[in-house]
Design a protein around this ligand. Sequence first.
Ligand code: FAD
Length: 296
Amino acid sequence: MTEDTIYDCIIIGAGPGGLQAAIYLGRYNRKALLIDRGGGRTSHARHIENFLTQKAISGKELIALGLEQAKSFNVSIEKGLVTNVVRHEHFSVYAGEKEYLSKFVIVSSGATENLPPIENIPKFFGDSFFTCIDCDGYRTRGKKLVVIGNSLHSVHLALAMKEMYTEDLSLILYTLVVPPVYIEELAENGIRVVTGRPKRLFGRERLEGIEMEHGGTIACEVVMSNFGYKLNADFLAGLQLKKDADNFKFATNRHFESSCDGLYIVGPLTGNDQAIIAAGEGALVAIELKKRLLEQ
Ligand SMILES: Cc1cc2nc3c(=O)[nH]c(=O)nc-3n(C[C@H](O)[C@H](O)[C@H](O)COP(=O)(O)OP(=O)(O)OC[C@H]3O[C@@H](n4cnc5c(N)ncnc54)[C@H](O)[C@@H]3O)c2cc1C
C-alpha cells in the first residue's frame, strides 16, 4: 500500500540522531516522517551523564522527551521496521505492508552490540556491564573491573582503563595469545590476564563476579566488554552504498550524504558512537536539507 503523501524527508530511527534531525525539520515546517522500530541502543543506556544540561538521564527518558518535542513540531511518527529503501525519482521506504515516498532520507538506525555468550548479561547491562569507555568508563572509577575481549584492542582498552579509572583490573581474553611485548606491559601495570571463558555473571542486586566455564570465579563490581557492534543497515543493501577503507562504516561527504544522492547517514553507521555527536550530526543534516529543499 503506497501513501499518497510525498514527504520532504523520511528519518529512519528515533535515537538522538534521528530525533534531533526531526526537531529541526519540524521547525522548518517541512513534511517529515520518523519511522522507528523501538528498542535501540540509547534505550539500553541507564545513565547518560555526558549530554549537555543532563546531569543524568536514562536513554529511555531522553528518547521519550525527544519524541514529545518532535511531535510538538508536527513531525509524523510511525512505529515500524524499515526493510528496504529504493531510489527512483523519489525514495521509496518500505516498512511492514507500507511504502512511503520521500524526497530525502536520513538514516539514523544505529548499531547493535555484539555481546559475548555469557548468562545474565541483560540483568547487569548498562548498570555494571558496559561496552563503551566514552559512555561508561567514568562509572568504573575505583571499582574492581574485568575487561573481557579477544583482540589487541581489548589489551589497549585494559591499559587505558588502568591509566584512567581503576587500579584493580583483570583482563579475560577468549583465545587471543598476548604478544610478549604486551605481557610485560600488562604485568608492569598490575593487570591480571585470565584465560578461559566466562560462563555467567552473578550478584543479587549488584554485580559480584563472573563464574568461569572451567568452574572458578572472578570477583568484580564492573565489566567492560569489548566485542564491537554491527550496524543496523540491512535495509540499505540494495543501494550498494560506498563503505570506508575497512569496508565497515558508510562513507559520506562532510554533510553526511552517502554515495546515494539525497540519502544521508548519521551516528554509528558513519563513525561516531556518542549520543551528543549523533544529535549534532542530525542537526547538521537537517540544516543542509533546509537548503536543498529551498533550492528544489
Ligand atoms: C549501554 C549503553 C550505554 C550508553 N551510554 C551512553 C552515554 O552515556 N552517552 C552517550 O553519548 N552515548 C551512550 N551510548 C551510545 C548511544 O546510545 C549511541 O551513541 C546512540 O545510540 C547513537 O544514536 P543513534 O541515533 O545513531 O542510534 P540509536 O540510539 O541506536 O537509535 C537508532 C534507532 O533506530 C531504530 N532502528 C534500527 N533499525 C531500524 C529499522 N530497520 N527500522 C526502523 N527503526 C530502526 C532502533 O531500534 C533505534 O530506536 C550508550 C549505548 C549503550 C548500548
